[in-house]
Design a protein around this ligand. Structure first.
Ligand code: F6P
Length: 362
């Protein structure tokens, strides 16, 4: 059996641990396996860049960050657009799948990767996905590998900011990754003891943020910690189209700097912005993510063994399982307004900048 494997989209801790878990399962449990590593995500499949891997290539990578296969972003909307020869990227991937004589393709990636995996599967290729992303936004799975390591890193950033914020009596805004969803900001914000958590799913009122900052100061706390997602937006911005929003921000991709200025002018406090950025995706996976990655990788091996294609690995209620690609591709798992952790946060007085009070914990 010839298995092609690729990692696509933004990298994250745990990719190599999944690759290793998968490879170890198939070498141990399936006779006569050949593993073909496809370079740099779907880009490698489009351009036919791949190489045969040896069993030893999968050793010593459990705790190594990034991906031994390389990765790239290939926008889904370009997949079916034809080039000057009348061929689309989808056509080229189908062609190279055949040329490489693959029996199946394993794709490790996030929401975009799953969309393309769904497209390839619908086009007749045998595909199995494994859900990666620090954003934790893949539909149909409670958790994606890489998310918890990013929570650990972002929490450590917030912890470190806490001490300097307290020393200077400043209001610090820490911009956490997540341009569409707020899972990472929500979890690291709570774990890091943030006073205000701003996520894309709950547009904020800047005046309410100012009120919360002032309230803390008048109650004797000299500093404020605001965990703000890359994709957070004000209530006013939430009514705009993305392009209008960017224009209104005067060239800034995120709302963070503008909000920091607004707070400093209206709450009369000193503000600073911290952007940990790609640090949140770098380095070694946490032990939790090594376990999850190994479990997800080996389960993908089981799906191969069972010939269960057109699927992607998932974790639901602590049980490893799978979804049909056709059921989840193109859907996003947003933070629901009635999420348990939102209720927990509100119950201990964390503000989401919307002025809403705690109702109940499910
Ligand atoms: O999807 C993961 C993610 O890290 C997002 O949180 C972030 O907005 C985006 O990727 C950054 O992408 P890039 O690495 O291409 O700058």
């Amino acid at each position: 059996m010839r298995i092609g494997i690729l990692t696509s989209g933004g990298d994250c801790p745990g990719l190599n641990a999944v690759i290793r878990g998968f490879a170890k399962y198939v070498y141990n449990q399936i006779p006569r396996v050949e593993m073909i590593g496809i370079s740099d995500g779907y880009g490698g499949l489009i351009n036919g860049e791949a190489k045969m891997l040896k069993e030893s290539d999968f050793s010593g990578i459990l705790n190594v960050g990034g991906t031994i296969l390389g990765t790239s972003r290939q926008p889904f909307k370009m997949m079916t657009v034809e080039d000057q020869n009348g061929e689309s990227k989808l056509d080229l991937m189908k062609k190279n799948y055949k040329k490489l004589d693959l029996d199946l393709l394993v794709t490790l990636g996030g929401a975009g990767t799953h969309k393309t995996a769904g497209l390839l599967s619908a086009a007749g290729l045998n595909v199995i996905g494994i859900p990666k992303t620090i954003d934790n936004d893949i539909f149909g799975t409670d958790v994606t590998f890489g998310f918890h390591t990013a929570v650990d890193i972002a929490t450590e950033c917030i912890d470190r900011i806490h001490t300097t914020a307290a020393s200077h009596g400043r209001t610090m805004l820490i911009e956490i990754m997540g341009n569409k969803v707020g899972w990472l900001t929500l979890y690291s914000g709570i774990a890091g003891g943030a006073d205000i958590v701003l996520i894309p799913e709950i547009p904020y009122d800047p005046d309410e943020v100012v009120r919360t900052v002032r309230h803390r100061i008048t109650s004797g706390k000299a500093f404020n910690i605001i965990a703000i997602a890359e994709g957070a937006m004000s209530q006013q911005e939430s009514k705009m189209k993305k392009t209008e929003r960017l224009q209104a921000r005067g060239g800034d991709a995120t709302a963070t700097n503008q909000l920091a200025k607004y707070i400093s002018e209206n709450a009369e406090v000193e503000t600073r912005v911290v952007v940990p950025g790609h640090l949140q995706r770098g380095g070694s996976p946490s032990p939790y993510d090594r376990l999850l990655s190994t479990e997800m990788g080996s389960f993908a091996g089981k799906l191969v063994q069972d010939g269960n294609f057109g699927t992607t690995v998932a974790m639901r209620n602590n049980q490893i399982t799978y979804n049909k690609l056709a059921d989840i591709a193109g859907k996003t798992k947003f933070v629901p307004e009635d999420d348990q952790m939102i209720a927990v946060a509100r119950s201990i007085g964390i503000s989401f900048g919307d002025g809403k009070k705690f109702k109940e914990i499910r």
